[in-house]
Write a protein that binds this ligand. Sequence first.
Ligand SMILES: [Zn+2]
Length: 366
Amino acid sequence: MKKKILALICAIACLFTCSCGERYTGSQVVAEKVKNVILLIGDGMGPNQIKAGEIVKGEPLFLQGIPQMTAVNTSSANNTITDSAAAATAMATGVLTYNSYVGLDPKGNELETIVDVAKRAGKRTGVISTEELTGATPMGFSGHSINRANAKELVQTATETSNVDLFVGYTYASVTYPEMYINAGYEIIGEVDAISESTASKIFGQYDIYAKAPSMSADPTFAAFDRVVMESIEWLSKNENGFFLMAEGAHIDHGGHNNDIDYMLSELYAFDDMVKAVVNWAEQRDDTIVIVTADHETGGLMIHDTATKENFFEKYWWKTTGHSDTDVNFYFYGNTIDFAELSFVDKAHIIKNTDIFTLMKSYIEK
Ligand SMILES: [Zn+2]
């Protein structure tokens, strides 16, 4: 009953807050029994990246309309400015660790990940990235190493000891150790369109995933990010007990590191298209929660108060080519949560990145 009242409040609130453009406009389906947990990470997607996307587009992004929202503090165990390895580890394991550490606590102990938790609960599990699977974010959910650059050790631990059923990433890297996936029982799926129909028990796919970055935009053979994710969801959802999926839009971060606003924006829009496809899918059912967030901000993007769609490109600047300690946004679809219950220190309604693990685990083990 309490849940239904909260849902009603949320639906009414939504009437006032979600009213324009392509922004999410549905009322939130309340997942009474959560089967599927989906975590969508925009790497380097700070609040001003989203704001820039909204200004240039002339209307809010889809993800901005997701009913529940708060902010996330992203600091790591040894730095207010995190890297993607420590940030992914925090979200995947609930433990704060040092920058560069993947799936390990500060003492070097191997940590259980949300993927392991989901597998134990009888779920299928998936890890997707628009960059190589050896990247710090996908490996934070599957591999273990004190150095994010130890690609071979990461893939070895990810394939031998992890519980990931579906690995899908980008093909750019020359060294991705496909033989390790094959030796661990993964079946290589050559075409994106073949993922959903595959009868394999473990899937490994690397594709030219389409994002509108300068070097990629011209090639029509690239697979759209939203299609890659939806093909994967179709396969993952064939499991009776549901699934856990982490999908990362990796190159928003690269746009920030390059201080390249066009690159950042095109990646952001590709990410938003993917979020829209996933939330639309979740909306057709009542058993799925979707979290949309970032691991950290990249570039220290600043936007002048007077920026408009017409003058935006004269009204922004970057403060760094690295990451910043800016809090990132956190959007939550599918249920009603009390952010204050999760929030840390005395900053009400700002959650810690490790809380994301706690939250996902609570739904998986419910
Ligand atoms: Zn970065």
